[in-house]
Ligand binder design. Structure first.
Ligand code: FES
Length: 246
């Protein structure tokens, strides 16, 4: 496959970026999108050009590091996957592909396609801990009865990998889907009740301080989330927040 790439290049956080055009050949449909980027970077290095910086780690949809906006969509043209799980078979020979970083003022660009998502880390830190009695024998997890539906909902919320696709997709750059997933994964479980009030208040406060926008229920975040996190979690977080405030 021959491809025409239009990639956002930016030297550092303080410089103005711009799109640069690249042509790349000998890409096979079985390559992953990031392998295609590797091929491009090898070519650029041989030509003495600075390779394109992009985030990645596990390359199997687990860590949430990869974060590319491809042809106007977070994680590209497929659904339910991360950028590292996207394959070149989703494109045609001769295609033009526009590749940008996740854009949001709370995710400043560090270099090229790499953005600073430590705002998510600070929100999670604000959520604090859960109290567990660790004295004596280790407690068997099965001694605490939990409704199957609650356990499933908590697990579904916990599958959020914090990639930031929800923020990059939302017209308000809202982080409500991410934060609500982190609140919900504990709020469904008895272990999460002890610090429930402080957790939701502190996380929402930190989210606002980081400059994320509010939710206006467009639902784009749910559509583009690689893990299918439901916007029902946002309703749950709002309920938890109101309960804590009152
Ligand atoms: S590199 Fe880990 S999810 Fe893509």
């Amino acid at each position: 496959m021959k491809l025409y790439l239009k990639i956002w290049r930016q030297t550092n956080a303080d410089s103005n970026g711009s799109f640069q055009n690249y042509e790349i050949d000998e890409i096979t449909p079985d390559m992953s999108f990031l392998e295609m980027m590797d091929v491009l970077n090898e070519k650029l290095i041989i030509e003495g050009v600075d390779p394109v910086a992009f985030d990645h780690d596990c390359r199997e949809g687990i860590c949430g590091s990869c974060s590319l906006f491809i042809n106007g969509r977070a994680h590209g043209p497929d659904t339910g996957i991360t950028t590292c799980q996207l394959h070149m078979r989703k494109f045609q020979d001769g295609d033009s592909i526009v590749i940008e970083p996740f854009r949001a003022s709370s995710f400043p660009v560090i270099k090229d396609l790499v953005v600073d998502r430590t705002s998510f880390d600070r929100i999670q830190h604000a959520g604090g801990y859960i109290s567990i009695n660790t004295s004596g024998n280790t407690q068997d997890a099965n001694t605490i009865p939990i409704r199957k539906e609650d356990a499933d909902n908590a697990f579904d919320a916990a599958t959020c990998i914090g990639c930031g696709a929800c923020v990059a997709t939302c017209k308000n750059a809202s982080a409500m889907l991410f934060v609500s997933a982190k609140v919900s994964q504990f709020s469904y479980l008895p272990q999460g009740q002890v610090e429930a009030k402080d957790r939701v208040l502190n996380m929402v406060k930190q989210m606002d301080e980081e400059g994320f926008g509010n939710c206006t229920n467009t639902g784009a975040c749910e559509v583009e989330c690689p893990k299918g996190i439901s916007i029902k979690n946002i309703a749950r977080m709002n309920k938890e927040f109101l309960k804590a405030k009152l």
